[in-house]
Design a protein around this ligand. Structure first.
Ligand SMILES: Cc1cc2nc3c(=O)[nH]c(=O)nc-3n(C[C@H](O)[C@H](O)[C@H](O)COP(=O)(O)O)c2cc1C
Length: 195
């Protein structure tokens, strides 16, 4: 019985991924996005960084509290320090610009109390995804780095206590074309009515 239900789901979703791949500009953009971890030394100018951040601001936020902020790091020593704070992910410092994506919880705390941090992290993640897609469209490369020592990143970015670091995102001109990661099939991840 379970097997039969599973087969039904598989049949229903079997071609969904392939069909979606070829259809829209969004699918093509999503299909081109990869995490890039090797960068050329070429600069990314301030106007481009502003455009990328403007795209990130299109992301939704809980109750439209808009808690997301960005520290733009260009100084080589600070970039290298961020790589060390990310447990030795030295490629972070190789990018000409590194963003610390942050959530200012003081904007969401009055409304959401104990949910404020959770929502801040979700808001920061949504903003980061919009940023990553804008990076692809700009012909640049970036990586969402989530593994880091929070206190060290807060120190480097001089974040006040109510501002959480959500991600460290190095951005630059790609010096690699990362291979596409194998994706799970839709039928594999869908659970009808109950897990
Ligand atoms: C929450 C989160 C944390 C991540 N942290 C890191 C990280 O610290 N370092 C890194 O190189 N990639 C990191 N990544 C990137 C993933 O490894 C990457 O998205 C995954 O391998 C799939 O590759 P793709 O995005 O190129 O398809 C992180 C991604 C997410 C969503």
């Amino acid at each position: 019985m379970l097997l039969a239900a599973g087969a039904g789901v598989a049949a229903r979703y079997a071609d969904a991924t392939a069909a979606a791949d070829a259809t829209s500009a969004l699918d093509r953009l999503l299909g081109r996005r990869r995490m890039v971890r090797r960068f050329k030394p070429d600069d990314v100018d301030a106007a481009t960084v502003r455009r990328l951040i403007a795209a990130a601001l299109r992301a939704p936020s809980a109750g439209h509290t808009q808690p997301v902020g960005f520290v733009v790091v260009r100084q080589p020593e600070r970039r290298a320090a961020l790589g060390r704070a990310a447990f030795g992910q030295t490629f972070v410092g190789d990018a000409p610009v590194v963003l610390i994506v942050c959530a200012d919880v003081s904007r969401s705390r009055p409304r959401y109390r104990e949910r404020a941090e959770r929502y801040g992290i979700i808001d920061g993640a949504f903003a980061s995804m919009c940023l990553l897609l804008a990076v692809v469209e700009a012909g640049l490369g970036a990586c969402f780095v989530g593994a880091f020592d929070d206190a060290a990143v807060a120190r480097i970015g001089e974040l006040p206590p109510h501002v959480l670091p959500v991600a460290v995102v190095p951005i630059g001109h790609p010096a690699e074309a990362p291979r596409r990661m194998k994706l799970r099939a839709v039928a594999d991840v869908v659970h009808e009515e109950r897990w």
